[in-house]
Each structure stands twice: as structure tokens, then as C-alpha cells.
Design a protein. Structure first.
Length: 643
């Protein structure tokens, strides 16, 4: 029987080709919450997607020589692949380029205009393209965007404005009357004191300086400003104001919008006011979590501190990554990603505590009972504490999850894991096995351990779905509903288990850290933008005309004795030959150059290098690091002038 409906959303993500572990955090958290609600009997709908309009995307596409949609399609496929890799089980993925969304947004905009909440005027101010945000001069920080810290542009254009100020007092009253609407508490105070109480300005909701957006239906030189477009996805995805609004009627208002703290203002001020103006219910809660930081700062490609979730999954498995994100990051606050801590927590909590408990239990059952589960017929008082703890754990986990305390929910599960390990030490099955008279007691002890592991497999399924599935397979149990952990008797005696396999092999910390560092260095190097050498002082055309560049063919090539960097080349130069000494030995083997055509400075004054005469200079291009390319003129007749 369903406990009711539950609707959870992530923000729709900006189509970036460089998603990092920080972006992944929000979606993994939402996935765990959605899975948990489904497991505990709620009819749950989980929405995610992509926000695909705006000036920045149009500029990127133009630079790449493709249409915005062509560029975005490729990136969105990558995002979906990442969510699949991270085992994200969403119910719908919305794209703001979907036709149904665009048409509904146009109708929403028209309704707000018709009722007088949107009006036309001119905008002049400061605009941050990366954040798609307008700012006043007083809101800037050191002249830059207060959100991302990047430079802003001056914008002046005709625009439509939304009367935010009209609804500000009403929103303040709503927030004060509904203390759980904005969580955590610190986020609520920030929105009230920094934005609402000082007074709201009307919001610019259209642009005319670019056209990659949803056109205003009654004034098509305007496109609808990205936040009206993007925020509406939470209801358009459910069929609001469409022929089939069954999902909207069923799931709205949302139980929780899960967002990063950097976009909290849009979700707790702009979006609620839009809904008020439309006469719609507000979401029950907006939860603003913190950032995942590296080295004390926000992840940034330019800083070289981006953590790639794909690399982590390839090296440690998806559930190790999910566990760290869900357990080690205080939900609602900023958290730190540290590779060494990540590996050590994987070893301690997953390999040692959980993995070892499963391995030891199955190994003992195989050793002492040929893998067959025995009935619990010889209980003792020492069992009661373990059984009581197991029976109380599901309720404690559910209470934690209802309060969106994800790390604490996992703590409750691991309390049972660690108590089960202690139970092994207390009962000492290896001692019981030596006494035939205690065979029934040994069977009961192992039954209690397997039943505890069944409880863990059910409770952990929302957080670590792959781990839960592997445990279930090894324990020969079927994962059922939350009700299955209401009694400590779900394991069937007589079931025969196979040989267990480690679900989390122990990791060599130092070795793996070295491997990760090499991967990180390779990624940084691959993403580096070559720095151009400073341009030398200007010369005149007359100066340039003094340089005589000619084509020559390499006839012979050998190293210069006692000179690691120098090669001696014999060149065919028209009807004569020349010898040139060139410092390219670290880039080319002598045999690679023989027969090649090169460009030389033919009128360079001859010099002696390491006792060898050099009659010219070979032209090459280098990045001053590990690459150098000799200029190839093609097979022109030797002596040809290069102009």
C-alpha cells in the first residue's frame, strides 16, 4: 500500500562538457532520496534534466561552427551517460528544448503579461553571461559577478520585466509561516536578510541581443530570459497546462527541490513568486546543499583541481564514490573531497567493516555447514542486543531520511554492521565449531549474522544499489520492500550459499594515490592552453626581406659527438650541398630525417658549433616543452624560395 506521492527534483543542469564530482553530488543525493522513498512505499517521481538556452551556449556553438542544438545534443548524451555510470534512476529527463516545454513556457509568459505582472521597458546594467544573471553596480564584488567572480558586461536593451516587488511581502510572510520551506535554516536567513527584506527589484525576463531561447509568442524579437524558462521545467515536465496533466495533478507541489547553494536565490525567490503570480501551490521545501570543495576551494578547470567522477568509478567502483558523497559530505554544508581520505574510508567502512563481515560469515557457513543455513534453534541472551539493534535500525534510518540527514542515515546502518562484527568476536564461532555439542548454537550464531546482513542489504539498497544487489546474490535472498525488515526471520533455513567473493577488495593507498596523481597530471596537461611566447620587437618589411628562406633536402644525418642535443645534417641545396648543425636531437632520430625536405635560413652567417661548421639554420616550431616540428615545405625543388 502506497504511503502517498513524493516528487523530488534536481536543478536542470547547464550543458557543460566538463561535469565534475561536485555536479554529480546533487544528483546522487537526489537519487538516494528517491530510491529510499520508493523502497519505503511512496509513489515517487524523480526529475532531472538540462537547461539548454542562453547567450553563453550560443556563443560556444558559434565558436565551434555548429548550431546550438547540435552542440548541446552531444553534451547531453554525455550527461546521460554519466548518470547511467553513477546508477542514477530518474523517472524523467527534461530538456528545455523539448517542444512541450517551450510551448508551455510561452503560455506562462503570456498569462503573466496579460494579468499585468510582466511589462515592457528598457534594461541598462551589468550582466554575467556564464551565470545568465543581471546585477546592479552595488551588487557587484570588486566590479565582478558576486556569484562566480568573473567579469560582467554592460547591457542595454529593450526588455520585459516581471513585477517581483509586487509579491515580495507575500513571500516573506509565507517563508516565516512555513519554517521548513527553505532549508537548512542558515539558507533561509540568508534569503530573507540579504535579498527579500532590503527590497526586491523587478526582474528582467527577456533578451533581444541573442536569439537562442524561447521566443515571446506575441513579440518574437524577444526571447524569454533563462530563469523563467528554466524554472518552469518543474511543472512543464509534469504536463502543467498541457492536454495530459495527470502527472501534475498527482505530484505537484514538489516535496523537495534539491539545489546547490549558488542557485538558491532563484529557487526560493524568483520561482515561488512566479508560482504565486500563476496562482499555483509552492513546493513544500527547497533544500540548498553546500559545495564539494577540493583543497579548500570550489572545483575549477582553470585551477586544475577538478575531480573526474568517471576516473573514480573506473578505479574504485560506483558505490565507493556514492558512499563517500553520501556519507562524508555534511548534507546542507560545504564538504571536502580528498583522495587519500576517500581511499581510506573505502578501505575502512566498505572493505573492512561491510565487506569483511559478509566474507567472514559466508566463509564460516561454508566451512562449518557446507554452505547451508541452519535454523536459529539455540538462542542465548547475547543475541538479543544484536536482534534489537537490527529491528530498531529501519525506523531510525527512515527518521533520518525524512529529515534529509543522509550521512546520519548511513551511520545508523553502519552501527548494525559494526555491531555484527563485534558479535562475531563475542560469540567466537571458531571456538563453537570445535565442540560437536555446540553445533546448534553455531548454526544460530551464523543465522543471526546472515539475517543482520539481510537487514543491511535492504537498508543500503537506496544508497549503494550495486552493493545491495551483490550482497543479495551471495546471501541468496530477494530484495523486497521495507516491510521485510520488520521482523528478524526473513532468512530461510536450508538455503545453501555459494562461495563468497569480496565486494570491496582492499586498496593499496600509496600505490593508488600515485596512480591517481598520474591521471590528474595527464588530464591537466591535455587541457592546458599553450602559452604563446612574447612577440619580439617589431621589424619593418625591409628587415624581413633580408631573410632568405630556402627549401633543402636532408641527404645525411648523424649525431654530433659529445653533444646530446645536436644533429649534423648534410643538405642538398640546389646544385650544391651544405652542412647545418641543429639542436633537434631530442625530437628526431637521424634516420627519421634522411630524405625529408626542410626550410632553412640560407643567408645566416656561418658559425662553428662544437667544432662543426653550420651554414644556415633549420626552421622549426616548438611549444618549449616536449614537442617540436620541423617545418615541412613539401617536395619542392631544393633551393626554392619560401615566401
Amino acid at each position: 500500500m502506497s504511503k502517498g506521492n513524493y516528487y523530488i527534483t534536481t536543478p536542470i543542469y547547464y550543458p557543460s562538457a566538463n561535469l565534475h564530482i561536485g555536479n554529480t553530488y546533487t544528483t546522487v543525493a537526489a537519487d538516494a532520496i528517491a530510491r529510499f522513498k520508493k523502497t519505503t512505499g511512496y509513489d515517487t517521481f524523480f526529475l532531472t534534466g538540462t537547461d539548454e538556452h542562453g547567450q553563453k551556449l550560443q556563443r560556444i556553438a558559434e565558436e565551434k561552427g555548429v548550431t546550438p542544438k547540435e552542440y548541446i545534443d552531444v553534451v547531453v548524451d554525455g550527461i546521460k551517460d554519466l548518470w547511467k555510470l553513477m546508477n542514477i534512476d530518474y523517472d524523467k529527463f527534461i530538456r528545455t528544448t523539448d517542444d512541450y516545454h517551450k510551448k508551455t513556457v510561452q503560455r506562462i509568459f503570456k498569462q503573466l503579461y496579460d494579468q499585468g505582472d510582466i511589462y515592457k521597458d528598457h534594461y541598462e546594467g551589468r550582466y554575467c553571461t556564464p551565470c545568465e544573471s543581471f546585477w546592479t553596480e552595488t551588487q557587484l564584488v570588486n566590479g565582478n559577478c558576486p556569484d562566480c567572480g568573473r567579469p560582467v558586461e554592460t547591457a542595454r536593451e529593450e526588455a520585459y520585466f516581471f513585477k517581483m516587488s509586487k509579491y515580495a511581502d507575500r513571500l516573506i510572510e509565507y517563508i516565516e509561516a512555513n519554517p521548513d520551506f527553505i532549508q537548512p535554516e542558515s539558507r533561509k536567513n540568508e534569503m530573507l536578510n540579504n535579498f527579500l527584506r532590503p527590497g526586491l527589484q523587478d526582474l528582467c525576463v527577456s533578451r533581444t541581443t541573442f536569439d537562442w531561447g524561447i521566443p515571446v509568442s506575441f513579440d518574437e524579437k524577444h526571447v524569454i530570459y533563462v530563469w523563467v524558462d528554466a524554472l518552469s521545467n518543474y511543472i512543464t515536465a509534469l504536463g502543467y497546462d498541457q492536454d495530459n496533466d495527470e502527472l501534475y495533478q498527482k505530484y505537484w507541489p514538489a516535496n523537495v527541490h534539491l539545489v546547490g547553494k549558488d542557485i538558491l536565490r532563484f529557487h526560493t525567490i524568483y520561482w515561488p513568486i512566479m508560482l504565486m503570480a500563476l496562482g499555483l501551490e509552492l513546493p513544500k521545501q527547497v533544500f540548498g546543499h553546500g559545495w564539494l570543495l577540493v583543497d579548500g576551494g570550489k572545483m575549477s578547470k582553470s585551477k586544475g583541481n577538478v575531480v573526474d567522477p568517471v576516473v573514480l568509478v573506473e578505479n574504485f567502483g560506483v558505490d565507493a564514490v556514492r558512499y563517500y558523497l553520501l556519507h562524508e559530505i555534511p548534507f546542507g554544508q560545504d564538504g571536502i573531497f580528498n583522495s587519500e581520505l576517500f581511499i581510506k574510508k573505502t578501505n575502512a567502512d566498505l572493505a573492512n567493516d561491510l565487506g569483511n563481515l559478509l566474507n567472514r560469515t559466508i566463509a564460516m557457513l561454508n566451512k562449518y555447514f557446507d554452505g547451508e543455513i541452519q535454523p536459529p534453534t539455540a538462542k542465548e541472551d547475547i543475541d538479543d542486543e544484536l536482534i534489537k539493534l537490527a529491528l530498531e535500525a529501519p525506523g531510525k534510518v527512515e527518521a533520518r531520511m525524512d529529515a534529509l540527514k543522509l550521512p546520519e542515515a548511513l551511520d545508523e546502518i553502519w552501527t548494525l554492521v559494526r555491531r555484527s562484527n563485534k558479535y562475531i568476536d563475542e560469540t567466537m564461532p571458531w571456538i563453537l565449531a570445535k565442540d560437536e555439542a555446540k553445533k546448534e548454537r553455531l548454526g544460530t550464531v551464523l543465522y543471526n549474522l546472515i539475517e543482520s546482513l539481510r537487514f543491511v542489504a535492504v537498508m543500503v539498497s537506496s544508497f549503494l544499489p550495486d552493493t545491495s544487489a551483490k550482497m543479495s546474490e551471495q546471501l541468496k535472498i530477494e530484495l523486497t520492500s521495507w516491510d521485510s525488515v520488520a521482523s528478524f526471520d526473513g532468512t530461510k533455513a536450508g538455503t545453501k550459499l555459494g562461495v563468497g567473493e569480496p565486494i570491496f577488495p582492499r586498496i593499496d593507498v600509496e600505490k593508488k594515490l600515485e596512480e591517481l596523481e598520474k591521471i590528474r597530471e595527464a588530464q591537466i596537461k591535455a587541457n592546458e592552453v599553450p602559452q604563446m611566447e612574447p612577440i619580439k620587437p617589431e621589424i619593418t618589411i625591409e628587415d624581413f626581406e633580408k631573410i632568405d628562406l630556402r627549401v633543402a633536402k636532408v641527404l645525411e644525418c648523424e649525431p654530433v659527438k659529445k653533444a646530446k642535443k645536436l644533429l649534423k645534417l648534410k643538405l642538398e641545396f640546389g646544385t650544391e650541398t651544405r652542412q647545418v648543425i641543429s639542436g633537434i636531437a631530442q625530437y628526431y632520430k637521424p634516420e627519421d630525417l634522411v630524405g625529408k625536405y626542410v626550410v632553412i635560413v640560407a643567408n645566416l652567417k656561418p658559425v662553428k658549433l662544437r667544432g662543426e661548421l653550420s651554414e644556415g639554420m633549420i626552421i622549426a616550431a616548438s611549444d618549449d616543452k616536449d614537442k617540436l616540428f620541423v617545418v615541412n615545405p613539401g617536395e619542392l625543388p631544393t633551393g626554392s624560395v619560401v615566401r
